[in-house]
Design a protein around this ligand. Structure first.
Ligand code: NAD
Length: 380
């Protein structure tokens, strides 16, 4: 079994799909691992460390994947990269498949079996392969660090001889994996933390982390969770009521972190321009949903916008990538755990179990077709 690892071609991507400790594990599984030179640079991993772990370093993308049975990537391969892939190669990456019909067709046409790691079912067996969780957790942490860095005041209450500094107030909107870590991080830094979400189950989790829960708790709210544990899109009426409640709360906050997402849909708009303008000058909002359209009016992808009123709206792209070394390490473990289920231990060859529920849930393309139920009709 030959494994190829590419240096990510997207200039905004600092992560790499494997790390030296996991190269050793792939080698122990019986694999030959080839890595494009410089792949680990932004994660602080020199070629020599990959080599010492047993990988072969090559100069070009084509050499890294030309004869690979399995290609490990962070982002979906682009048309150029696909040209070098072996037909039938298995490709694992964060594929960002929604609304990408042409890109999915290009992968099907290249003959590769592409797997979207972000579609991994959230069941106990697959927790170790859950890239959404491993990366969102880091994004939640980093969002608070970024907010603290942009905020011109201290977060914890400090009683000093020169006077008392009040604790900052932080409000976390959307309490999934990223939001929970944002609450925990803001608490550790000494902020007074509150949070909101449309899922009722979250209320206790917020309380257990020492945060205050803020939400309109009507009947719609009590039923607002899909069987998969994700948020439903709420009615316009609910959104209006919730907006009114949070509007008065927002005006009193110093820091807001928004993380609200709905799978396969644009991010819900939670913070209007009027709400932004109600905050004190110097307040900071970090919009972690900015890559999916944003939760905050006025957020710009890849920018820190300062409003006329002096509120900063932080819209960094690829927030997990701002902790590239940690993010790569966890992502690499997620991939390895999935690959292990695809390898025949005796022959040491790739032997994908096409009937496995994890494979079915994540496999986008195979044998020249888009095969995933959620995407196939749209790409034909
Ligand atoms: P996500 O990234 O899809 O969304 C972030 C949060 O935004 C969610 O909590 C969602 O409810 C919230 N949200 C959506 N619309 C909102 C609105 N209008 N206002 C306020 N909040 C809004 O979520 P996630 O982090 O991927 O987590 C989704 C679920 O999956 C959670 O129940 C989580 O506990 C669960 N989960 C399960 C496992 C597992 O069992 N293996 C692993 C990770 C997460």
């Amino acid at each position: 079994m030959r494994i190829g690892v590419l240096a990510e071609s997207d200039p905004g991507e600092s992560r790499v799909a494997t790390v030296p400790d996991l190269v050793k594990k792939y080698v122990a599984l019986g694999a030959d691992v080839t890595i494009q030179s410089g792949a680990g640079k932004d994660s602080g991993i020199p070629d020599a460390d990959f080599e010492a772990a047993g990988a072969r370093i090559v100069g070009s993308a084509a050499e890294a994947v030309g004869d690979a049975d399995l290609v490990l990537k962070v982002r979906r391969p682009n048309a150029d990269e696909l040209k070098s892939f072996k037909k039938d190669a298995v490709v694992l990456a964060i594929m960002d498949p929604y609304g990408r019909e042409a890109e999915l067709k290009a992968m099907a046409d290249a003959g590769v079996s592409a797997f979207a790691m972000e579609l991994m079912p959230r069941i106990t067996r697959a927790q170790v392969m859950d890239v959404l969780s491993s990366q969102a957790n880091l994004a939640g942490y980093r969002a608070v660090i970024d907010a603290a860095a942009e905020f011109g005041k201290a977060l914890p209450m400090m009683m000093t001889a020169a006077g008392t500094v009040p604790a900052a107030k932080a409000f976390i909107m959307g309490v999934g994996v990223a939001g929970l870590q944002a609450i925990a991080t803001a608490k550790r830094l000494g902020a007074v933390v509150s949070a909101t979400d449309v899922r009722p189950a979250v209320k206790e989790q917020v309380a257990s982390l020492g945060g205050k829960f803020i939400a309109v708790e009507d009947d719609e709210f009590k039923q607002a969770e899909t069987s998969g544990g994700y948020a439903k899109e709420m009615s316009a009426e609910y959104q209006k009521k919730q907006a009114e409640l949070v509007a008065s709360h927002i005006a009193k906050q110093d820091i807001i972190i928004t993380t609200a997402l709905i799978p396969g849909r644009p991010a819900p708009k939670l913070v209007s321009k009027a709400m932004v303008d109600s905050m004190k000058p110097g307040s900071v909002i970090v919009d972690l949903a900015v890559e999916r359209g944003g939760n905050v009016e006025g957020a710009k992808l890849g920018e820190v916008v300062t409003t006329e009123h002096g509120v900063k709206i932080v819209g960094f792209a690829n927030v997990p990538g701002r902790l590239a070394a940690t993010a790569s390490g966890l992502y690499a473990k997620n991939l390895f755990a999935f690959v292990e289920t695809m390898v025949d231990k005796e022959s040491k060859q790739l032997a994908v179990k096409w009937d496995d529920e994890l494979v079915k849930a994540t496999n986008l393309t195979r044998d020249g077709q888009v095969v995933h139920d959620s995407f196939k009709s749209k790409s034909e």
